[in-house]
Design a protein around this ligand. Structure first.
Ligand SMILES: *Cc1c(COP(=O)(O)O)cnc(C)c1O
Length: 400
């Protein structure tokens, strides 16, 4: 995967050199390349992809995304409002639990509302009916393709959706569709196919009564060699078998590798091995990596692609020729990763981390008061736009 940052023209580099690090460098062309795959699947299968805003909600690039998607799906009042106001198209509302005081406003933005439980359905169905908003239920098939327990909707005692087939069938006439989200970065079509078959074996009577079924997100159909046509065919067959409209809810697959986090080395130390500290923080700016205990993919250093060793910062830490790159928060484990580079890092070097669009900007925080990365966009026509810079007033305003 070539670095976005390293591929910029001289002129674009010139523009960027005037921008203070850290910043997220977001590339519309990379997003569009992902979305063209979604569009192709949609054309072949009839499925409608919606952007999952919880993964990515940087509305400054929504104009570039709109032509390829049918709308958005959400996990809260704020997200459904953003989807309606800034994206348009079909606006799906879902939340693990709605509060009484937010439901009217949610319904004012939503084309469909997906309740997480029988209780929520019963509590709010009259309001949804009065508002003319189609209703769905999240179902939990108790099987999933997720390699992380923390992201496994089918984990033991999961609160994500209803699972009892008979009880779900008993409410089937009160809903028009269901949402099943049980994949997490699943790039294995056979695994998807097999678990869908299992789900059909249990829920086919339900599907026959519905108008629509959403398969959620987490299907990594953008992976190299993913059998796009077989996937599309599977969706189309399902859709025809039950007479349902299928929705997909890509988050990661919409913005995979579409941004980089550009940082600068502030200091170097040595403690058993070479160390470097950059002006960003894994905890504040790429939090998912910390949660999933992964290291950040390194895109380039000073526009050069370096040899990069897979980081294992829980290893024995022996001096294997790698440099450990740290964030500047005071968290001891604020580690981007261990990397074998062709030359030692020096103060002032630009260190650029890859795959910084999904689950980064939506999770950034002001821990340690570390400077918030600016959001810089490379438009489809190559123009570079500073979409947003953050300062002390933003930090202050986030507290009181
Ligand atoms: C998280 C989530 C998505 C998006 O998942 P990705 O893995 O980013 O594609 C879609 N739908 C639901 C219900 C989700 O919880």
């Amino acid at each position: 995967m070539a670095s976005l940052f390293a591929q910029l023209s001289k002129e674009q580099q010139q523009t960027l050199s005037g921008i203070k690090t850290p910043y997220y460098l977001l590339d519309e062309r990379a997003i569009v390349n992902n979305l063209k795959i979604a569009q192709q699947i949609s054309a072949q299968s009839g499925a409608k992809p919606l952007l999952a805003l919880k993964c990515f909600a940087t509305w400054g690039v929504f104009e570039a995304m709109k032509p390829y998607l049918f709308g958005t799906t959400s996990s809260s009042l704020n997200e459904v409002r953003l989807g309606r106001e800034c994206f348009g198209g079909e606006t799906h509302a879902y939340s693990v639990a709605y509060a009484d005081h937010e439901i009217d406003e949610v319904l004012s933005y939503a084309d469909k509302i997906i309740f997480n439980s029988f209780n929520q359905l019963t509590r709010f169905e009259q309001k949804a009916r009065d508002a003319g908003v189609a209703m769905g239920l999240r179902i939990n098939p108790k099987t999933s393709n997720s390699s992380f327990l923390i992201a496994d909707p089918a984990r033991p005692f999961s609160r994500l959706g209803e699972h009892d087939v008979d009880k779900i069938l008993a409410v089937a006439d009160r809903i028009s569709g269901v949402m099943i989200h049980n994949n997490c970065e699943n790039d294995d079509f056979d695994a998807f196919n097999q678990s869908l078959t299992e789900i059909e074996n249990r829920f086919s009577a339900l599907f026959h009564q519905l108008d629509w079924v959403s398969f959620g997100g987490g299907i990594h159909y953008i992976a190299d060699n993913y059998p796009i046509s077989a996937f599309a065919k599977r969706l189309q067959d399902f859709s025809e078998r039950y007479g349902v409209q299928i929705y997909l809810e890509p988050g990661e697959a919409a913005v995979h590798q579409a941004a980089e986090l550009v940082t600068t080395v502030l200091d170097t130390l040595h403690n058993g091995k070479p160390l470097a500290v950059v002006d960003a923080s894994i905890e504040a700016h790429m939090l998912d990596l910390l949660i999933y205990r992964q290291s950040a993919p390194l895109a380039c250093v000073n526009q050069t692609a370096y040899h990069i060793k897979g980081g294992d910062f829980d290893g024995d830490g022996s001096d294997d020729g790698s440099v450990r790159i740290y964030g500047k928060s005071c968290l001891a484990g604020d580690i981007f990763g261990d990397y074998v580079l062709d030359a030692p890092l020096e103060v002032g070097d630009k260190v650029v981390f890859a795959n910084a669009a999904a689950y980064t900007m939506v999770k950034k925080n002001w821990f340690n008061g570390v400077d918030m990365p600016a959001i810089v966009i490379v438009r489809e026509n190559g123009e570079i736009v500073i979409q947003r810079q953050f300062d002390y007033q933003d930090y202050k305003a986030s507290l009181s």
